[in-house]
Ligand binder design. Structure first.
Ligand SMILES: *[C@@H]1O[C@H](CO)[C@@H](O)[C@H](O)[C@H]1NC(C)=O
Ligand SMILES: *[C@@H]1O[C@H](CO)[C@@H](O)[C@H](O)[C@H]1NC(C)=O
Ligand SMILES: *[C@@H]1O[C@H](CO)[C@@H](O)[C@H](O)[C@H]1NC(C)=O
Ligand SMILES: *[C@@H]1O[C@H](CO)[C@@H](O)[C@H](O)[C@H]1NC(C)=O
Length: 242
């Protein structure tokens, strides 16, 4: 999360890097294309990691063994996953990247064709009574769109950058859930997977404002804390030093 915030700041700071002699439209295009280049470079960091910044490979993200526990309402589950792989974090297409230097904002839209996880699981699930379950699982979010607007301000004299808001809207086109052995009865197992698909789809698509507010409240202060005390050239250095 901290890395993401740093990355964002570096992108914003690059707004200052454009040639002043260029026309406004050309400056805006150049900022947008810097950001696109930054996001393309980020793909390589995700796939390859960065020793210098102590960033592990996250695409694919592999975990050998993890305990988990969650509970929502009446349903709860405790268990562990084995051979967990998350794919697709770096497989995004940049659909929109538009900078408006006058209004100090950037509109963006990213599309993830498929973000999916494959794992073996063992869980103690239940609602009222407990059941031991284990097997393979595959979950995917397909055609996942992340879009929104980042608003910032640059002090005219101080050149000080601050982030005003970060809006993130998430929409998913299709959810796939193929979890084995939720029930030993095939029909019931399919039904349970359908319920999971519906739950995830609604959680994402019907809570866009809640998610947007949550992310804004989390990321905006984080960005501003990280900016604190850094000069613009320090921040720009972060981008080129990945
Ligand atoms: C990825 O990392 C390997 C070795 O760790 C390196 O040889 C390769 O050049 C890197 N690829 C890119 C695109 O940076
Ligand atoms: C999982 O996601 C990756 C990256 O988006 C994609 O290449 C792969 O086809 C997906 N796997 C499945 C089974 O959908
Ligand atoms: C995601 O964005 C693409 C391109 O803008 C659009 O074609 C697609 O319908 C969107 N999908 C969802 C689920 O909103
Ligand atoms: C899980 O389900 C698969 C396929 O439905 C089956 O082959 C396997 O034996 C089951 N495993 C357990 C531990 O129940």
């Amino acid at each position: 999360m901290k890395f993401l915030a740093l990355f964002l700041i570096a992108l914003l700071a690059s707004c200052h890097g454009a040639e002043v002699a260029e026309s406004l439209a050309a400056q805006e295009r150049s900022v947008s294309s810097n950001i696109v280049d930054g996001l393309e470079a980020l793909k390589i960091v995700m796939e390859n990691g960065s020793e210098k910044h102590n960033i592990p490979v996250v695409s694919p993200l592999k975990l050998e063994h993890r305990q988990f526990s969650f509970s929502t309402g009446e349903l709860s589950a405790n268990g562990e996953v084995q051979d967990f792989t998350l794919e697709g974090l770096s497989a995004y297409d940049i659909v929109v990247m538009k900078t408006n230097l006058i209004l100090s904002r950037i509109d963006y839209e990213l599309n993830f064709p498929s973000l999916n996880l494959t794992t073996q699981y063992k869980a103690d699930v239940g609602s009222g009574y407990r059941m031991e379950r284990e097997g393979g699982a595959f979950l995917a979010l397909e055609d996942l769109n992340i879009s929104g607007r980042i608003s910032y301000s640059l002090g005219v004299i101080s050149g000080e950058l601050s982030v005003k808001s970060i809006n993130v809207y998430v929409k998913v086109g299709k959810v796939v859930s193929e979890i084995e052995n939720l029930s030993k009865y095939r029909i019931l197992n399919d039904k349970l997977n359908e319920i999971i698909v519906e739950f995830i789809t609604l959680s994402i698509n019907d809570n866009t404002d809640w998610v947007a507010n949550y992310i804004n409240e989390l990321l905006t202060p984080m960005c501003n804390n990280l900016i604190d005390g850094r000069s613009l050239s320090d921040i720009l250095g972060l981008l080129t030093n990945l």
